[in-house]
Ligand binder design. Structure first.
Ligand code: PLP
Length: 399
């Protein structure tokens, strides 16, 4: 006998995976250059050279027993000190090494925080569009996910809908900005308003409502925009960070949770996160990669290719008559299905070998997601197929 809910999750393939595998099979039939795969968010820009340099340096200079050995569960002292010092510098606030808990990326960071806060009857608020894995992460916690429908004009937050959904059981609101799938960054005004509502509701219900800020795209921002440091706006914020996208190393599994001192019950929250991680077998994040990130806190992603892709795709598709959501960060762009049917749009695109993920699983039906971490040449090659797609909907090209 097996646990049915996990069995179902194990056999159900995500639409993203299905499309990705279809793309590989289709490439064998029509040729790789004729498949336009915008399905998956795997960074297409290589990790900065400094990452490999640091690995070499560590292999040559650090005693292998230490380098490949266990570290304390929350991370080794050098790594936690370095990340804390960097956060102090960037945010102008006081972050101590004791506030940092290293994890194997953002996904385990999020699941640990969710498990830590899933008291009996807990509700987790998801702001659509939200990362499609959150409901899966929440599954084993026993908490209920409550979805706030999307603001399909500006992709900020529908506060009227949010207010209606906050109850005495609300434990957290998950914020993901820059956002996957919209690419939109929440404005400071949006975050301030969110903070005001959560402060008021927290007082009304007599317990803090946490913002859990999932930030794997924090430095992937364009046009001189910036990601706000949310604890400075709303103190009861827990940060989940990852180097998967920022440093193009999703397979190395490294990230952290930061529970700042300003967060209500910060010591208890931190301890519960450590306990929740332990309960699912976390021993420590990869030791060598803790040191790699600790010694490279100044590294920033190379934004040139992603930025050029975002502009090309947005400009070309808009010119063809598609309604696109202009990305401000991350490496995704949402396009509205001209007739509102995102599943049919994805299927029609697929028939032209354009692979795009319907946003129904992101809580935003009517839109599909294009990953822009692809090669610029593929975008150029895909444009005739996009024109055919636009024609099939009778869209009018814009001047
Ligand atoms: N959160 C968001 C919003 C993501 O887009 C992803 C990955 O795509 C993750 C979390 C998981 O990232 P990681 O590879 O760090 O576990």
């Amino acid at each position: 006998m097996v646990v049915e809910k996990f069995h179902q999750m194990g056999v159900a393939k995500s639409r993203i995976r299905v499309l990705f595998e279809y793309g590989m099979a289709q490439a064998k039939i029509v040729g790789k250059e004729n498949v336009f795969d915008f399905s998956i968010g795997n960074p297409s820009v290589p990790a900065p050279a400094k990452v490999a340099d640091t690995v070499r340096e560590l292999l040559e200079t650090v005693d292998p027993i230490t380098l490949h050995g266990y570290t304390p569960a929350g991370g080794c002292a050098e790594a936690r000190e370095s990340i804390a010092a960097d956060l102090c510098k960037r945010t102008g606030t006081k972050i101590r090494p004791e506030n940092i808990f290293f994890t194997c990326g953002a996904a385990p960071a999020m699941t640990s925080v969710m498990n830590a806060l899933a008291v009996d009857g807990a509700e987790f608020v998801l702001l659509a569009p939200y990362f499609s894995e959150y409901p899966a992460y929440a599954k084993s916690t026993g908490a209920t996910c409550v979805v706030v429908p999307p603001d399909t004009e500006n992709f900020q937050i529908r506060f009227d809908e949010l207010e209606k959904r906050i109850t005495k059981n609300t434990q957290m609101v998950i914020v993901n900005s820059p956002n996957n799938p919209s690419g939109v960054i929440y404005s400071v005004e949006t975050l301030q308003k969110l903070g005001e509502i959560l402060t008021r509701k927290g007082e009304e219900f007599g317990h803090p409502i946490y913002i859990v800020s999932d930030e794997p795209y924090r430095e992937l921002v364009y046009d001189g925009l910036d990601s706000a440091y949310i604890p400075a706006i709303y103190p009861n914020t827990i940060i989940c960070y990852s180097y998967s996208k920022i440093l193009s190393m999703p397979g190395e599994r490294i990230g952290y949770v930061c529970v700042p001192d300003c967060c209500a019950d910060s010591e208890a929250v931190y301890a519960a996160i450590a306990g929740a991680a332990r309960a699912v077998g976390h021993v420590c994040a990869p030791s060598m990669w803790q040191l790699v990130v600790a010694r490279n806190t100044e590294l920033r992603p190379d934004l040139k290719t992603y930025d050029a892709n975002r502009i090309t795709l947005y400009t070309e598709l808009t010119k063809m008559g598609f309604r696109c959501v202009k990305p401000q960060g991350a490496f995704y762009m949402m396009v509205e299905a001209p007739d509102g049917d995102s599943m049919a749009f994805s299927d029609r695109a697929k028939a032209l070998n354009i692979l795009t993920v319907p946003c129904d699983g992101f809580g935003c039906p009517g839109f599909t997601r294009f990953s822009t971490c692809v090669s610029p040449a593929m975008i150029q090659r895909s444009l005739p197929a996009f024109r055919k797609l636009a024609e099939s909907y009778g869209l009018k090209a814009q001047a």
